[in-house]
Design a protein around this ligand. Structure first.
Ligand code: SF4
Ligand code: FES
Length: 370
């Protein structure tokens, strides 16, 4: 089918990161530093993206501040004409480097906050002292007059802290807070028994969010959706596969979503070998689930198929074992009962140990660049 023009690009500049969050969206097999695209490679990608119609780039990772050339990369994205959003843990950044990023053209900063309690926050990050550094950096962002979003991944250990989380975001001067429930593929799937909230927690959280939305109306945008395992209908993951956005891994592989490599049999093309436009339009991985022709029942004949695109392919794979199946978070899926049972089982496990992303608890202060 004809490919629509993409609007957004997520640039995973590196998989290196000082933190080790057990719900990290990076793949289980992380890419090596030696394989990362260099500054020139990213600059070329940005120019190609703009020519295709892309409007904004999310500079992400891993921790993008682990790249020594983050300022040059940011300048290249800005010079290409992209709106630039830095997605960061804040570790590896300070006010001085932030100022240089702003001068290079950085438009927006998104800082992750793990919890409001410093001990719980540092525990889930796998990094002592991370929480305080995040708060100081977020203050530096608004101190420079830059737009700030706070992102909080929500799970069993912090879901009861939504009010203090949102209050904290407001006190830091954020214009937006994203309440992002953990997505159970990759690292989070491995840690599902330790992360899954209970149904009672979800119900309380949804009521709490209603109150917070009312209290902060017009002052702070609060983005949140019901977590998939407890939902009745799926989210249109990525706004539809190969429809609005694309991800590029540190080594230059172009993916329809960050978890696409969990789907067996998909071949991913690289910007080292082909143009971005060619990959977006013709790559078998993008073609696999673009549009609606690939759908099976009940999606195939469903009135919502152009709205949610059958949900999330990676979740369908994780639960149904078939990436072309209806996302089991949909109550029209024959496997909807299974995802509900999995949520119940995982929450009942009450596991408390995390499998951290690749390494044990770290202490001490990270260098500004690695
Ligand atoms: Fe969406 Fe498919 Fe469920 Fe219909 S059956 S609501 S298209 S996931
Ligand atoms: Fe891959 Fe949803 S994360 S399609």
């Amino acid at each position: 089918m004809n490919a629509p023009a993409p609007l957004g690009l997520l640039a995973e500049l590196t998989h290196r990161c000082p933190l080790a969050c057990p719900y990290c969206s990076n793949p289980l097999k992380l890419e090596d530093r030696a394989d990362e695209l260099d500054t020139t490679g990213w600059a070329d990608v940005f120019r190609q993206a703009v020519a295709m119609g892309v409007l904004q780039v999310h500079l992400s990772g891993g921790e993008p501040a682990s790249r020594r050339d983050l300022i040059e990369i940011t300048r290249a994205a800005s010079d290409a004409g992209l709106y630039t959003n830095l997605i960061t843990s804040a570790i590896g950044l300070d006010a001085d480097r932030l100022g240089r990023l702003k001068t290079a053209g950085l438009d927006h900063v998104q800082v992750s906050i793990q919890d409001t309690d410093p001990t719980g926050s540092d525990r889930i990050a796998g990094y002592d002292g991370a929480h305080g550094r995040k708060l100081a950096f977020a203050e530096a962002v608004t101190g420079l007059g830059m737009a700030l979003t706070i992102n909080a991944v929500i799970h069993r250990a912090n879901i009861d802290h939504l009010t203090t989380l949102v209050d904290l975001a407001a006190s830091l001067g954020a214009g937006r807070v994203e309440i992002a429930h953990a997505q159970y593929y990759g690292w989070a799937l491995r840690n599902r028994d330790a992360l899954m909230p209970t149904r009672a927690q979800i119900d309380r959280a949804m009521q709490e969010l209603d109150r917070l939305q009312a209290r902060y109306a017009g002052r702070l945008a609060i983005d949140s959706v019901l977590p998939d395992y407890y939902a009745r209908r799926p989210k249109p993951c990525m706004g539809g596969w190969g429809r609005r956005s694309l991800n590029i891994t540190p080594s230059g592989l172009v993916l329809p979503c960050h978890a696409a490599q969990t789907i067996p049999g998909l071949a991913f093309w690289s910007v080292r070998d082909r143009s971005l436009a060619d990959i977006w339009t013709h790559s078998p991985a993008f073609e696999a689930f673009r549009g609606t022709a690939w759908m099976k029942e009940p999606c195939r004949s469903c009135e919502f198929r152009e709205l949610d695109f059958g949900g999330c392919r990676c979740q369908a794979l994780a639960i149904a074992g078939d990436a072309a199946a209806t996302d089991p978070s949909c109550d029209l899926s024959p496997l909807h009962g299974r995802i509900q049972a999995l949520a119940q089982q995982a929450a009942a496990e009450q596991a408390t140990e995390y499998a951290y992303r690749g390494r044990p608890m770290r202490t001490g202060v990270a260098p500004i660049v690695s």
